[in-house]
Write a protein that binds this ligand. Structure first.
Ligand SMILES: [Mn+2]
Length: 270
């Protein structure tokens, strides 16, 4: 078995494990359906849809990313349906920062806009969830779907930088994010958010968001607060730093060509 097919098998195994653990595959259907309660007796559903182009692939400025070796579209397109939520995520890693995010959780939408804007990803997210209970399931399932979409968009991870590191200030707050698209899920997190809520958003959900994203994407992620005492600033600095670090890690390394950035020759959880 050559490396390419091994990568495909490893990625497929990982995806099957993820799908079996939470959901099963079935055809996609219209997202954002309002009668969520009517589906509570049905089984959860999950699918990937065919990648489709979303927006101009890259800007022309001096910081424009190195073009993909095969100019293939690095797009993740995920629909995830359970009795609790109905989530659609479409991400283009080679986008221009276009965000269209509607989760029913206003502060989370604001943070997802940061992810797109500072990561230069095109990000379309629609979620309908049981927010009449609280934001927990919707926050979690949006993050799980983003992680799965990242996994899909990254494919065999050939030619990427793999590592990212960025420290973002926001006034008195400063947060450092270090990440590795290693295929191995790990989160270290030490944010000290002083209030229980920002707007209506429960600040406990920040850690749960990143843990969920890490679990499905297979990412090693360290989030370290260096300074800050305003909850909104601390969380927003975190998402900005995460976006910039993820942008670094996903962009192509012109010197690497099409090789996998690992001495093992593969990047997977196995
Ligand atoms: Mn803000």
């Amino acid at each position: 078995m050559d490396l390419l097919s091994f990568n495909s098998v490893a990625a497929t195994s990982l995806l099957q494990a993820l799908q079996m653990s939470r959901v099963r595959i079935s055809p996609a259907y219209q997202c954002g359906v309002s009668n969520l309660k009517a589906r509570r007796s049905s089984s959860p559903r999950f699918s990937w849809r065919s990648p489709r182009s979303m927006a101009a692939l890259s800007s022309q400025d001096n910081n424009a990313p190195v073009p993909a070796p095969n100019s293939s579209h690095r797009i993740g397109d995920v629909k995830r349906v359970t009795k609790e939520t109905d989530v659609c995520v479409n991400i283009n890693l080679d986008g221009s920062g276009v965000a269209n995010c509607s989760t029913g959780i206003p502060f989370l939408d604001h943070m997802l806009d940061q992810l797109a804007s500072h990561g230069l990803f095109d990000l379309n997210i629609k979620a309908v969830g049981d927010i009449h209970i609280d934001d927990h399931h919707t926050n979690e399932d949006v993050a799980l779907a983003i992680g799965t979409a990242l996994l899909q968009a990254l494919g065999d991870r050939k030619g990427i930088h793999r590592f990212g590191n960025f420290t973002a200030p926001l006034d008195e707050a400063a947060v450092e994010v270090v990440l590795d698209l290693s295929g191995r899920p790990h989160l270290s997190y030490n944010l000290d958010i002083p209030t229980e809520r920002v707007g209506t958003y429960d600040t406990q959900l920040v850690e749960h968001f990143f843990q969920s994203l890490v679990n499905t994407s297979g990412m090693t992620l360290h989030i370290r607060q260096l300074a800050g005492n305003n909850s909104h600033h601390i969380i927003e600095a975190t998402f900005k730093a995460f976006a910039r670090a993820l942008r670094q890690a996903t962009e192509y390394d012109a010197r690497r060509g099409e090789s996998v950035p690992s001495s093992k020759g593969v990047l997977s959880r196995s």
